[in-house]
Design a binder for this molecule. Structure first.
Ligand code: ATP
Length: 373
């Protein structure tokens, strides 16, 4: 893909203090956000958290109540959508049903009065791997193919930023996964900035370089997928990005760079990244797949006496890739454990007494007092 075809590199998007109020309802709280040029950025959150409104403010489809939208160095806050170097792909694709794929993709060029469109349209169809489908009508394509036409149609206008509003929402799971990789490939190839709105954490983690997790109109945490998964800042983020076990613990001291804690008499340690003073309470988070599980009779091989909990299997389900256990601790808390490496006849059955163990480095701390019930 040449620079001439894509319109050059992406632009960064800077939102400074933008908010949106509808009547007496604040959909987006004042927000500062920088989306680096050429990155794949995801706005992730549950329905109604304000992600589409944020995207629409970048597109110019919604006027911010306060604040500014900058694309590169240009303040576009008061520019209409068609004067911004952005384009949007919507969930319903919005293809013209009576035009064939070639003409759908050519549409933006023809509207601008460009006569010689063939090379650009063919390049675009090649980019989205739809060359052989040029003369079909949209209804003769699968959902995933229609979605790629919508991307080609948006990219042919040389946007510096492509906005994608739940573009895979209408596809079934298998196709959605394929298209996630496909969109990522296209973004890498054209090198422009993609801002992708989704409520699907797996989708955001598969595609994005950076994710902004939104909750109730504000960004709760911003970071690379692994960073958010391994070190979420709140219970909301911890639970939104996969499953986690959260134990309420008392801080008792520090040792070898770790924070020492107790939970119902069990000694725990965790990295001090978000440390708390002695005597305070903290939530210790452990992802289910980070916990090893062993029958109480065979658990002596676990050397470190810290981060050992005992419990009873309350439930067990084999789901192919792993066995998922629910373990009930002596104080009645349920702890989820995903075990991938257990031989069939070693699987634990409900009622079995077990010992759980994890590496302190694989846990995270959430010390916000409001997160502790
Ligand atoms: P979804 O995934 O369901 O699209 P979202 O996170 O994209 O959700 P938004 O569409 O940004 O959410 O909407 C945020 C909030 O603002 C919602 O409560 C919504 O009802 C409200 N809202 C959006 N547009 C308007 C409008 N034009 N008038 C009044 N309220 C609106």
């Amino acid at each position: 893909m040449t620079e001439q075809t894509t319109g050059g590199a992406g632009q960064d998007v800077r939102l400074t203090g933008i908010s949106k109020v509808f009547g007496d309802f604040t959909a987006v709280q004042p927000l500062d956000l920088t989306i680096p040029a050429g990155s794949f950025f995801a706005l992730l959150g549950a329905s109604g958290c304000g992600k589409t409104t944020t995207l629409r403010m970048i597109a110019g489809l919604e006027e911010p109540t306060t604040g500014a939208v900058l694309l590169g160095d240009q303040d576009v806050t008061h520019l209409p959508p068609y004067k911004r170097p952005v384009n949007t792909v919507f969930q319903n694709y919005a293809l013209f049903p009576h035009l064939d794929i070639y003409e759908n993709v050519a549409f933006g060029l023809r509207r601008r009065g460009i006569k010689s469109v063939r090379k650009q349209v063919e390049d675009m169809l090649e980019l989205v791997e739809l060359g052989p489908y040029a003369r079909r009508k949209p209804h003769q394509l699968s959902g995933g193919q229609q979605q790629r036409v919508a991307v080609a149609r948006a990219l042919i206008n040389h946007p510096r930023v492509l906005l994608l509003d739940e573009p895979l929402g209408a596809l079934d799971l298998k196709l959605r996964r394929q298209m996630q990789l496909e969109l990522k490939r296209i973004q890498t190839e054209v090198g422009i900035t993609f801002v992708h709105v989704t409520h699907d954490q797996e989708e955001a983690m598969t595609m994005a370089d950076t994710i902004a997790v939104m909750n109730a109109g504000r960004v709760e945490q911003l970071g690379a997928p692994a960073e958010l998964y391994e070190n979420p800042c709140s219970t909301f983020v911890a639970n939104f990005l996969g499953q986690s076990n959260l134990l309420t613990a008392d801080v008792t001291g520090k040792q070898d760079g770790d924070l020492l804690l107790t939970v119902h008499g069990h000694r725990l340690a965790m990295p001090t990244a978000r440390s708390s003073a002695d005597g305070t309470k903290v939530l210790v988070g452990i992802r289910p797949e980070k916990i090893t599980i062993a029958h109480a009779d065979t658990a002596d091989t676990v050397a470190d006496s810290r981060n050992r909990l005992t419990g009873t299997i309350a439930d067990s389900s084999f789901i192919g890739v792993s066995t998922q256990y629910v373990v009930r601790t002596a104080w009645g808390q349920e702890v989820a454990v995903f075990e991938q490496n257990m031989e069939r006849d070693a699987r634990l059955v409900p009622g079995a007494e077990v010992v759980l163990h994890w590496n302190p480095a694989h846990s995270f701390g959430i010390d916000a007092q409001q997160d502790i019930d």
